[in-house]
Design a protein around this ligand. Structure first.
Ligand code: ZN
Length: 444
């Protein structure tokens, strides 16, 4: 067997001969085999931790998990084998962030960037941010709203092809928002505003159907709508319901008919509950959710993605008199910021399904794991918080059959830390090893 030290050369050589349209693998077909020796292994968060385990990965897919440290069993003479020594580490599945904005990051230059950057610029900037998410241990992210035309889809597809280093991305494209609503551009003069028109802005049933169909045409994986006002829109329109019930229903029905899940940004209880009644699959933030909301969540099997880190981030900016936040934003941030943690406590107690999400892009790319200690503050055990970012988040995305745990047949998305995250969940803020689809991007 041929050993390589750099597993990044993966993906090159499967020798095949094509005869009359039929591809036949030659006898010398070589596989890329990665072997992980895990000192401690939490294969399925929520389950038991085992010690001294060997994970064998074949062409990016987990082939087997066995007790003890063994070298590539069944490797052929031409297979390329890489061994990752994590005997001193705690190994767990790659993390999933259900709420990010990969192509932007909140800062004083954000409003100008929207009119200065081309879509091409946005992809390049997004590539840098995407890599930071991956290196922080997040092998899958769900982008819930990107500006521009094709940048987020180009980035998603470039990463999937292996042209760009980053996490697996699921993307919604433009956010579906009413005119004047949270998902529209704000704080520009009218001339500039018209240049920034988004295909996601719609009013009334017919337009809202079209907006959803437009995102699907552009290859959106899911649909993101704003059910209520939001903190960072530069408009004093509060955080209550913005779409009417018939518009919400039109969005859900159109998306579901086209096989897309819908997630709703919502702060006010009226907008949280209206979206849940209309059949939304998940709620982002959910700041003022009440007992009726929790009842609806459980009745529908909907997920809550609280993004406590976003609340903390905007509250910190609102408390800083020198920060760049305009007055209407500052006002909303002071109300919403601290409330998200309190609501998460109540939701967790009520038994609502919580999927890990951060609103990274509001907070800094690469700081995603700060959400873990906030979830623990909200009453979760470290194990529950880790489960929210793996098993539950993968179920929420509808892809638990492909990733979210370390099991034979699943994608080899694997990370490791040198401490015990079940004793101190902040260990996950310093990830030492990151593998996505069998390729190691970071090693101790
Ligand atoms: Zn967001």
């Amino acid at each position: 067997m041929k050993k390589t030290t750099n597993s990044r050369i993966f993906g090159a050589a499967v020798s095949c001969i094509a005869i009359a349209g039929i591809t036949i693998a030659s006898a010398a077909q070589a596989a890329d085999i990665a072997v992980v020796h895990a000192g401690r292994l939490l294969a399925t968060p929520g389950g038991a931790v085992s010690t001294e385990q060997t994970i064998v990965i074949r062409d990016g897919v987990i082939a087997s998990i066995a007790s003890g440290y063994i070298d590539a069993p069944d490797a052929g003479p031409n297979d390329r084998v890489t061994v990752h020594d994590l005997k001193d580490h705690f190994v767990l599945p790659g993390l999933i962030d259900s709420h990010v904005h990969v192509t932007s990051e909140l800062g004083p230059g954000g409003k100008l960037a929207a009119v200065e950057n081309s879509d091409a610029d946005t992809v390049i900037i997004g590539a840098r941010y995407a890599k930071r998410n991956l290196m922080a241990g997040f092998t899958t992210v769900r982008d819930v709203g990107a500006r521009g035309e094709d940048a987020i889809f180009a980035l998603r597809d470039g990463i999937a092809r292996g042209d760009v280093i980053g996490p697996r991305i699921f993307a919604s494209g433009n956010t579906i928002s009413p005119t004047g609503g949270h998902g529209q551009s704000h704080g520009y003069n009218n001339e500039v505003f018209h240049v920034l028109k988004s295909s996601g802005v719609c009013d009334g049933v017919a337009e809202c159907r079209k907006s959803v169909r437009e995102q699907v045409r552009r290859s959106a994986d899911h649909i993101k709508l704003v059910s209520t006002g939001g903190v960072l829109s530069d408009t004093a329109a509060g955080t209550g319901q913005q779409f009417f019930d018939d518009e919400l229903k039109a969005i859900m029905d159109t998306a579901h008919a086209m096989g897309r899940q819908v997630t709703a940004h919502a702060h006010g209880a009226d907008g949280v509950n209206a979206a849940l009644r209309a059949g939304v699959d998940s709620i982002e933030h959910g700041t003022f959710a009440n007992s009726e909301s929790f009842r609806l969540f459980k009745r529908n099997g909907a997920y809550l993605v609280p993004t406590i880190l976003a609340g903390v981030t905007v509250a910190e900016l609102a408390d800083d008199p020198d920060s760049f936040l305009p007055p209407p934003v500052r006002e909303k941030a002071k109300q919403v910021g601290p409330q998200i943690l309190e609501m998460t406590k109540a939701a967790h107690k009520a038994g609502v399904k919580i999927a890990f999400g951060t609103d990274t892009g509001v907070s800094k790319h690469g700081d995603n794991a700060r959400e873990f200690s906030l979830l623990v503050e909200a009453g979760m055990t470290p194990m529950q918080a880790i489960r929210a970012a793996t098993v539950v988040a993968a179920q929420h995305l509808g892809h638990y059959d492909k990733f979210g745990s370390i099991e034979a047949g699943k994608s080899a998305d694997i990370i490791a830390v040198d401490g015990d995250p079940l004793a101190d969940v902040t260990e996950l803020e310093d990830v030492d090893f990151v593998m996505k689809e069998g390729v190691a991007y970071k090693a101790p």
